[in-house]
Design a protein around this ligand. Structure first.
Ligand code: KDG
Length: 364
């Protein structure tokens, strides 16, 4: 090869390889990569392009939970990381406690391009991406490790890959966690104890039908309305992870906490696809890396909070009860016709893949 051709080839190939390596590295330990970085759209409203592909930008990120919840602290970490790796050029403004709207409203704002980031539970997204409903099946995971392995593995990625068709980009899974029941009437330890209880559920048909099968009277409602509904006794109870029960002060309006751990809910870190497509590959890498990194921090934090929460909630006057594995198995049996029905709707192969993966993990 003539020397000048060789030099040009090396000059072109090496930077491209470095860029590709950088993007692959952007996935961190998680395999849930975002779609391939795309070129910035010419319509970008953001000013001052710089030589390293990072523009000055301001983004809005909203969540439904309070500012002291680990999800909020994870979001604050994301803000810091993005600020640092963009050299102070990209500013993310965080909004807590549903000030920008509930999970559904914010996700729709992302689709419309009027908000850039939200981190909802996967459950309210089921109307858009039905397959996310598999994570609403009760008693699938025994612990957080199993959930991490499935979410950060091929199945979690398969579901993230469905988001761009809905004008969304998923950058990482964070943890909402195992949900537990609270109510103002009585302790719930057995399947029969659900009978007649008016329970607020997320806006999700698996949750709705599962609680109906148990004999409860479920009402779907946005999270931001739950405290008032409990306080005014419009509903008797609700179900959420311990960190949320504590942060949202449900203990002030609920006497009984039953450690049902009936389902594990993931959070999914979403960005508006409209906005993502305006970002340079360097900016996309910054976002992806920060979402994954902040997610690792958030998972650790929430697990720590959950460990201490039972004692704190007890000390605040809540009556706390456990549910035996035998009683949990009875509840699961009652709900089985519901999950069988939804498995057909969401994809039996996908459901099988989830259970097979969990089985494999348990054999390790
Ligand atoms: O910010 C996330 C919350 O809005 C949310 O998803 C809470 O699990 C939740 C629920 O019960 O609605």
């Amino acid at each position: 090869m003539k020397k000048w051709i060789k030099n040009v080839t090396v000059g072109l190939v090496i930077p491209s390889l470095l860029l590709l390596a950088g993007c692959a590295g952007a996935n961190g330990g998680q395999k849930n990569s975002a779609p391939a970085p795309s070129q910035p759209a010419s319509t970008s409203t953001s000013p001052t392009p710089t030589s390293n592909g990072i523009k000055e930008r301001t983004l809005k990120a909203g969540i439904g939970l309070n500012e002291d919840h680990p999800e909020a602290l994870g979001l604050k970490k994301f803000v810091e990381l993005v600020d640092k790796s963009s050299g102070g050029k990209i500013k993310v403004q965080p909004f807590f406690a549903a000030t920008l709207g509930d999970d559904l409203k914010m996700t729709q704002a992302l689709q419309g391009g009027t908000q850039e980031i939200t981190i909802p539970s996967t459950s309210p997204l089921v109307g858009m991406i039905k397959e996310y409903g598999i994570f609403d099946f009760p008693f699938v995971f025994n612990n957080e490790k199993e959930a991490d392995a499935v979410l950060d593995g091929p199945l979690g990625q398969k579901l993230l890959d469905k988001l761009p068709a809905q004008k969304l980009v998923g950058l990482a899974y964070w943890e909402n966690g195992f949900r537990n029941l609270t109510n103002s009437k009585h302790a719930v330890a057995k399947a029969e104890d659900f009978q007649g209880l008016k329970i607020r559920t997320m806006q999700n048909k698996v949750h709705l039908e599962a609680f109906k099968a148990l004999g409860a009277n479920p009402t779907p409602m946005a999270f931001s309305e739950v405290f008032t509904a409990l306080e005014s006794k419009t509903v008797d109870g609700q179900e959420n992870p311990l960190a949320t029960i504590q942060s949202s002060k449900f203990n002030e309006v609920q006497k009984y906490l039953s450690l049902t751990k009936h389902v594990y809910t993931p959070f999914v870190f979403l960005m508006s696809k409209k906005y993502w497509d305006q970002l340079s590959p360097e900016e996309q890498k910054i976002m992806k890396e920060a979402a994954v990194e902040a997610g690792k921090y958030q998972r650790e934090l929430i697990r720590d909070v959950n460990k201490k929460a039972v004692e704190t909630l007890k000390a605040s006057g809540m009556n706390v009860n456990e549910v035996t594995p035998e009683d949990a198995a009875k509840m699961q049996k009652i709900i089985k016709p519901v999950t069988d029905k939804f498995a057909k709707e969401f994809g039996e192969d996908l459901v099988k893949e989830m259970y097979d993966e969990v089985e494999k993990l348990r054999k390790k």
